[in-house]
Design a protein around this ligand. Structure first.
Ligand code: TRP
Length: 334
């Protein structure tokens, strides 16, 4: 029986926030620690340049994302942790796959469709601002996944379609050229919380409602104080199940602490006090990693060394697989 290979990419276009942590980073690091599978985690910087054309932002985000994973203790001896653009086999595979991927399939990709819909709404040309990068985004993502024959891909719900496209493309390739690729599956873990942001909607960079993971204490406190609540006074019972403060609490607390806070809500805890408690809880969980994070950012050569070693491990896998692909499709040395 072959072992599960878990792979996921993090687009480097922002500063990691609590939603990323709870929804993706923490479970991924735990999966790696638990053992029993192989973990491939990477900085998706080639995906980042699709939407962001500001080199300084991309560079800074790549540093921050890498420093976050390392500060949280990702074991890079166990996991293969690398930067997508350090593995040129991926871009080559992406082209090869684009010769197998149906254009009609790409027409249905929701990132592309959303851009077209927005254009039509404004009476603009449907393809206004749509680059080939955006259009082929799912092919590059398929290359990321298939390059390492990953079979389990933990993603948010918005990415399921892309993993299914990767599966579709792999199936077509195999059908035509023989069994080269494993068929990947999206993994959605329902026990992992989708965190709410300051305004109660899903915490997301695009809603501008995030709490960055490693804010200095004072700022973290400030952000938590900005979480939207209602006007209930201290002493009035509050409903935990409609409260963002409680929802975030739950994502950081153990069972006992959750029961305790539920009781505090019923007993009418003041919003200010609930937020103070929430700050303490988050600060306790992330405070240690924050120091490490700042250290790593102050001297990114450590990060770079880790990424270089990761790329070497990744290429030991991608090189041979790409040779197999080239051979299967009839290109390369005679
Ligand atoms: N597109 C994903 C996102 O925006 C990131 C990503 C790139 C990815 N390549 C991947 C995720 C491969 C899983 C597997 O979230």
């Amino acid at each position: 029986m072959s072992v599960n290979r878990i792979l996921t990419g993090i687009t480097t276009t922002g500063t990691p926030h609590l939603g990323n942590y709870v929804g993706a980073i923490r479970p991924a690091i735990q999966a790696c620690q638990a053992g029993g599978s192989e973990s491939y985690y990477f900085l998706a910087d080639l995906h980042a340049i699709i939407k962001c054309h500001q080199p300084e932002l991309i560079r800074q985000s790549a540093k921050e994302v890498a420093a976050t994973w390392l500060a949280l203790g990702l074991d890079t001896d166990k996991a293969v942790f690398y930067r997508q653009s350090d593995v040129p086999e991926i871009t080559e595979l992406s082209w090869i796959l684009s010769c197998m991927a149906a254009k009609g399939l790409m027409n249905r990709a929701h990132a592309y469709k959303a851009s077209v819909a927005a254009n039509l709404e404004e009476g603009a040309d449907p393809d206004f601002g749509v680059t080939m990068g955006l259009y082929s985004y799912p092919v590059l993502m398929a290359a990321d996944i298939l390059m390492f024959n990953a079979n389990r891909v933990p993603v948010g719900k918005d990415q399921i379609q892309h993993v299914e496209m990767a599966r579709d493309i792999a199936g077509r390739f195999n059908h035509h050229f023989g069994e080269v690729f494993k068929l990947p599956e999206a993994v959605i873990d329902d026990s992992v919380a989708v965190l709410q942001g300051l305004d109660g909607r899903k915490m997301s960079k695009s809603y501008n409602n995030t709490i960055p993971m490693f804010l200095p204490e004072k700022q973290l406190r400030k952000h938590i104080n900005k979480i939207k609540t209602n006007l209930l006074e201290p002493g009035e019972p509050k409903d935990p199940d409609t409260s963002t403060v409680f929802q975030i609490w739950q994502a950081f607390a153990d069972g006992e602490q959750t029961v305790w806070m539920r009781k505090q809500f019923e007993d009418g805890i003041a919003w200010g006090e609930a937020k103070k408690q929430l700050f303490e809880l988050i600060n306790d969980e992330l405070g240690g990693a924050r120091d490490k994070y700042n250290e790593l950012l102050a001297d990114s050569s450590v990060i770079e060394t880790v990424l270089q070693a990761g790329a070497e491990k990744a290429r030991a896998v991608s090189g041979p697989l790409l040779s197999k692909v080239r051979d299967a499709i009839g290109i390369g040395a005679m």
